[in-house]
Design a protein around this ligand. Structure first.
Ligand code: BGC
Length: 257
């Protein structure tokens, strides 16, 4: 594998577990210096760093809750003070809360929207301001979901946030193109990660989901990380404004019962 990200610095939010962890490890394996971010899972962040360093890569860890604007600014400031630059932002941190629409609490709505949408908005704003001030080009990759497009009953707040990310990405591709900044979404389907732990433990539900996936298996975090590495690379320089689905065909598999 050529080290195509050498000399680049990449922030990966929520990289203490799941998809974020796999992306951090993958980008580091291609030469990027990675900023591992976590909110509360410091053990997971240490594990990500250990894995990167064992493979000869470079990483630092910065704790920040993306839901808080003061934290997102600190994440960018710490990156610049420790590494002097930042080229790639992977907005990965995400959360979902299951409830029938009529039972959704204001607190759960706020948690989901604050992490999945507000956090992306303001962290990206801080990232872009620095690129603008330093006249540097950059990459923004949002880890969205098939549910930026596909309904997900009992997850209305999650869908509202992911739908918001879809339009945010499209808008920013146009607004940031003149600055040489590309913006794309990756929309994973059912990937085996801690976010869907309860589903993975519920055999009948899991089997029903698998029956809807043409490729017949859950995705792995590496299935997503390889696309993130491509979109972050020079090979993807002319790609902006789109969502790339990694779902084994789930989204295209609507059928009547
Ligand atoms: C959700 C998972 C779900 C998958 C497929 C993802 O965005 O986080 O909980 O299994 O979509 O529906």
């Amino acid at each position: 594998m050529p080290s195509c990200l050498t000399s680049k610095v990449a922030i990966v939010t929520g990289s203490s577990s799941g998809i974020g962890q796999a992306i951090a490890i993958r980008l580091a394996s291609e030469g990027a210096t990675v900023v591992i971010n976590y909110r509360s899972g410091s053990d997971g962040a240490d594990e990500t760093r250990a894995s990167i360093e064992a493979a000869g890569g470079k990483a630092i860890i910065v704790q920040a809750d993306v839901a808080k604007t003061s934290d997102t600014q600190k994440l960018i400031d710490d990156t610049y003070s420790q590494l002097g630059r930042c080229d790639i932002l992977i907005n990965n941190a995400g959360i979902e809360k299951k409830a029938a629409f009529w039972d959704v609490t204001e607190a759960d709505y706020d948690t989901v929207l604050d992490i999945n949408l507000r956090g992306v908005f303001f962290l990206t704003q801080s990232f872009v301001r620095k690129l603008r001030d330093t006249k540097t080009t950059g990459r923004i990759i949002n880890i969205s979901s098939v549910h930026e497009d596909l309904v997900f009953p009992n997850f209305a707040s999650y869908c509202a946030a992911k739908g918001g990310i879809r339009m945010l990405m499209r808008n920013l591709a146009v607004e940031l193109g003149p600055l040489g900044i590309t913006v794309n979404n990756i929309a994973p389907g059912a990937i085996s990660t801690p976010i869907n732990k309860s589903l993975l433990e519920d055999k009948p539900k899991l089997n029903a989901l698998l029956a809807n996936i043409p490729l017949g298996r859950l995705g792995t975090t590496d299935d997503v990380a390889s696309l993130a590495a491509f979109l972050a690379s020079d090979e993807a320089a002319y790609i902006t404004g789109s969502t790339y689905v990694v779902d084994g065909g789930l989204l295209r598999n609507y059928h009547e019962q």
